[in-house]
Design a protein around this ligand. Structure first.
Ligand SMILES: *[C@@H]1O[C@H](CO)[C@@H](O)[C@H](O)[C@H]1NC(C)=O
Ligand SMILES: *[C@@H]1O[C@H](CO)[C@@H](O)[C@H](O)[C@H]1NC(C)=O
Length: 340
């Protein structure tokens, strides 16, 4: 009955082949993960086995996700991991989603050059101190990028390379507190998918580029720039009719609040406090249907205090006191003088 043996052999061979095809991790991907682990001072937190060099195999490694033999995700957010990322990081060329945020990663960010499948990249709240100039090259599918709160290129500051303009599907870009200098990047104005731009707490200067006119942003955070801050008018903001959330406080914006701001019918929050605005508050602003929070204090606005139909409204002016407040202050100082 030799044929029975042949069936047995064929069957075993099939099992073996199946485990090779479905189990074995790409050796290049394994090498990057291994280098990553070896560079960390507390890699035990990952619980990656040392007796199993097949992260995509039957006993898949924790925090690693694969498609076939290729690593597609690493999710290690908020684990307290300490150390650098490997220089060879971009050899994980099938990565689509990484969550490295809220750890203690240090040193140079590796280049992400060529990670053409990467869609979501969270690197925020770490201690990366350098960003290579080719970081943004070839990120053809990028949708969300966050580098918030990393001390990147601290001594010189850095400007956003225009390679990012090729990431046509970019929706959310968050670069809060990471030492950007110069004006807000002009090329972002032509990114048609961008709906959330957060660039607060940097060292940005100059004006909002006219290229931002009509951008489909829902969220725009420009607040609290270190140093001189952003200048010029906010007329461009009034042209972004999808806006719901605008944080522009803590800058040197000037001129008047344009009455065209009445076009922002989705606007819920507007923070303009701590700037150099002058003139009257346009009525079109006070009657926006969705508005819930409006901070106008610490400018040089004038005229009667506008009436707001919501409670989160601040207006007190730093330099020119509105009529009511001045009346109250005069009364108080009169009393003080009256004390013998
Ligand atoms: C950050 O600094 C490094 C080292 O000084 C430099 O090579 C690199 O080009 C800078 N990054 C950017 C995006 O300018
Ligand atoms: C992207 O930004 C939008 C707001 O425009 C927000 O609702 C959404 O949760 C963000 N997505 C991610 C993945 O961060």
């Amino acid at each position: 009955m030799a044929w029975k043996n042949w069936i047995k052999i064929a069957f075993l061979w099939f099992i073996c082949l199946e485990s090779v095809v479905l189990g074995a991790t790409d050796p290049g991907d394994y090498a990057v993960l291994d280098e990553f682990r070896k560079g960390l001072s507390n890699s035990e937190l990952l619980e990656w086995p040392t007796d199993n060099d097949d992260p995509c195999g039957k006993r898949r490694w924790p925090h690693v996700f694969c498609s076939g033999s290729r690593v597609t995700q690493i999710q290690v957010q908020n684990m307290g991991l300490s150390g650098p990322l490997p220089r060879s990081f971009n050899k994980l060329s099938m990565l689509s989603n990484i969550g490295f945020q809220r750890n203690k990663f240090t040193g140079k960010l590796p280049s992400f050059n060529g990670l053409s499948s990467l869609q979501h990249a969270y690197l925020d709240f770490n201690q990366f101190d350098t960003i290579p100039s080719d970081f943004f090259v070839g990120l053809d599918n990028l949708q969300v990028l966050s580098l918030d709160h990393n001390p990147l290129n601290q001594s010189t500051g850095w400007t956003l390379p225009s390679d990012l303009a090729n990431s046509a599907q970019l929706m959310n870009l968050s670069l809060i507190g990471c030492n950007l200098v110069g004006p807000p990047p002009e090329f972002l104005g032509s990114m048609e998918s961008l709906n959330a731009l957060r660039i607060s707490h940097n060292k940005l200067t100059g004006e909002i580029p006219t290229s931002y006119s009509g951008m489909p942003l829902q969220i725009l955070w420009l607040n609290d720039q270190e140093g001189p801050g952003l200048t010029g008018s906010i007329d461009v903001i009034a042209s972004m009719t999808m806006l719901g959330d605008v944080w522009a406080h803590g800058n040197q914006f000037s001129g008047s609040i344009p009455s065209s701001i009445g076009a922002l019918t989705s606007l819920k929050r507007l923070f303009l406090n701590g700037n150099q605005f002058v003139g009257l508050v346009p009525e079109t602003l006070m009657s926006l249907p969705m508005l819930q929070s409006l901070h106008l204090d610490n400018n040089m606005l004038m005229g009667p205090i506008p009436k707001a139909s919501f409670s989160d409204f601040s207006y007190a002016q730093e330099f020119v006191l509105p009529i009511d407040t001045r009346g109250a202050l005069l009364t108080r100082s009169h009393c003080t003088f009256g004390i013998p």
